[in-house]
Write a protein that binds this ligand. Structure first.
Ligand SMILES: [Zn+2]
Length: 480
């Protein structure tokens, strides 16, 4: 695929630049203190713990995997023997309620921290870029994460970690890291990716394999190649904790919608990938391999783009020069797929806030614009998303945030499928499957909050995750 197609389909591009709060120094001091405390506590508890082997934990993400794809596979014409094995051999959630926004990057950080985006610091896929200065940059960098991740907690406890392509992994505390990064989709992306990886790792693992894919190569075929590298990594390095990210299903669902023929064919190939990864884990760590499969969000079909930016431009809230470049703004949307945050240059400016409220009320009053509801800052604060935003526009299924600066408000969609709708939308529910030592076979966990997954993995690794907002799943009282 072309870089432009890739950016458009799986990556709603940001309209612009830079007002993200950065409270790095204080947050890092807290995080360091917390990780030291975890280390001390872990060493202390290890001294008295029974000599039970620590598990090897493999955490696999299938981007955009809807829970019903596995639970009701036959109804969707899917044969997923490896994923369905988890239903019999381990525990599973009927559904996972995700975070706001239900986008890939914020969700993957919640999966690793147990915290909501407002707390962990990755608010969307793209950084806020109202003047389009950051070349459509995403939140690639782990330094934006303000609470400890599972990688941090494992590292602080003296464990080794490995990663293949999990989001927000550039510069993370990972022993063997193949992070996710891209810029323009040229061959230079591969050099950048290599420079940000553990030195020499992809070449050391890659003898006889296809070249390790670049960050805009996100088909199922690329997942299959990355999985080969992941298997070599776990077999040769024997990490204690490993994350692997598979993105082909998300790509297919953006192109052709959930449960399309192409998406189903992709998922069946990913099922085989999961089978191979799990088998490799069981071989590498016999009797102590804990394998979980997660997803970050569900998916919904899309029929319309709603170009909020064009409405803000027309209203004079976003201003351009004669060439059409945005040069100034008072209020602008921050696209998030099935929703969009609305940012004010000066949030205390009540006159602008009133203009924006009036504009949004007018847009929402026409059902043809597909706006389900507009959340204000108080509602956003309770939702755990977009802490700097004044409003959030949540679309109905079938509508997504378009990116046009001019022209009609409602246009043909850039994607056939999208996510980013509020997490209470049942179509946005995500997946959690887990099997291994200590996990009851055949256990149905019902509906769980995504923020419980990271502390549950931390408990398995016997490390404490300081920023987790909810308790780990207790396998003896899973409802608690
Ligand atoms: Zn995703």
């Amino acid at each position: 695929m072309t870089p432009a197609a890739s950016a458009a389909c799986r990556k709603p591009r940001s309209s612009a630049a830079g007002i993200r709060p950065r409270r790095a120094a204080a947050a890092i001091a807290v995080a360091v203190a917390a990780t030291v405390a975890v280390l001390v506590a872990t060493v202390a508890s290890a001294a008295v713990a029974a000599p039970v082997q620590r598990p090897f934990v493999l955490m696999i993400s299938i981007d955009g995997l809807k829970p019903e794809a596995v639970l009701d596979a036959a109804d969707h014409g899917l044969a997923l023997p490896n994923l369905r094995r988890f239903l019999v051999e381990g525990a599973h959630a009927r559904s996972v309620r995700g975070v706001l926004p239900s986008l890939t990057y914020p969700s993957h950080v919640s999966l690793l921290t147990g915290a909501a985006p407002a707390r962990h610091g990755v608010y969307a896929n793209t950084t806020f870029d109202p003047l389009d200065r950051n070349d459509r940059g995403w939140y690639w960098y782990a330094e934006d994460v303000r609470v400890p991740t599972l990688w941090d907690a494992a590292t602080a406890a003296g464990l080794t970690t490995a990663n293949v392509y999990w989001p927000v992994s550039v510069g993370a505390h990972i022993t063997w890291n193949l992070p996710q990064i891209w810029r323009r989709g040229t061959d230079d992306d591969l050099k950048l990716q290599r420079a940000l990886s553990t030195p020499g790792l992809d070449r050391a693992l890659g003898a006889g394999l296809a070249p390790y894919p670049g960050g805009m190569q996100e088909t199922v075929a690329d997942d299959e190649i990355r999985a080969q590298y992941a298997m070599r990594l776990l077999e040769s390095k024997h990490p204690d904790f490993m994350t692997v990210y598979l993105t082909g299903l998300d790509t297919a669902q953006h192109h052709s919608g959930p449960f399309s023929a192409a998406a189903n064919a992709t998922l069946e190939r990913l099922d085989a990938v999961v089978g191979r990864l799990r088998a490799a884990a069981l071989r590498a760590a016999p009797g102590r391999a804990l394998v979980c499969v997660v997803s970050d969000h569900g998916f919904a079909r899309v029929e319309h783009d709603v170009n909020l930016l064009a409405a803000f431009h027309e209203a004079g809230l976003v201003r351009t020069d004669p060439s059409g470049k945005i040069v100034d703004w008072d209020a602008t949307p921050w696209p998030a797929g099935g929703s969009a945050a609305v940012m004010l240059a000066h949030p205390e400016d009540s006159a602008t806030r009133a203009r924006v409220a009036s504009l949004l009320a007018r847009l929402a009053a026409d059902p043809a614009n597909g706006i389900a509801r507009v959340l204000d800052a108080d509602e956003l604060a309770r939702s755990g998303g977009f802490p700097g935003a004044t409003y959030l526009v949540a679309f109905r299924e079938g509508y997504e945030t378009g990116l046009a600066l001019d022209g009609p408000l409602v246009t043909a969609p850039a994607n056939a499928g999208m996510h980013g709708y509020p997490p209470d939308d049942p179509a946005m529910r995500a997946t959690f499957l887990i099997a291994g030592p200590g996990v009851p076979a055949g256990l149905d966990l019902g509906d769980i909050d995504m923020r419980r997954i990271a502390p549950t993995i931390a408990a398995a690794l016997r490390v404490r995750l300081a920023g987790a907002e909810l308790a780990a799943i207790d396998w003896s009282h899973p409802g608690g």
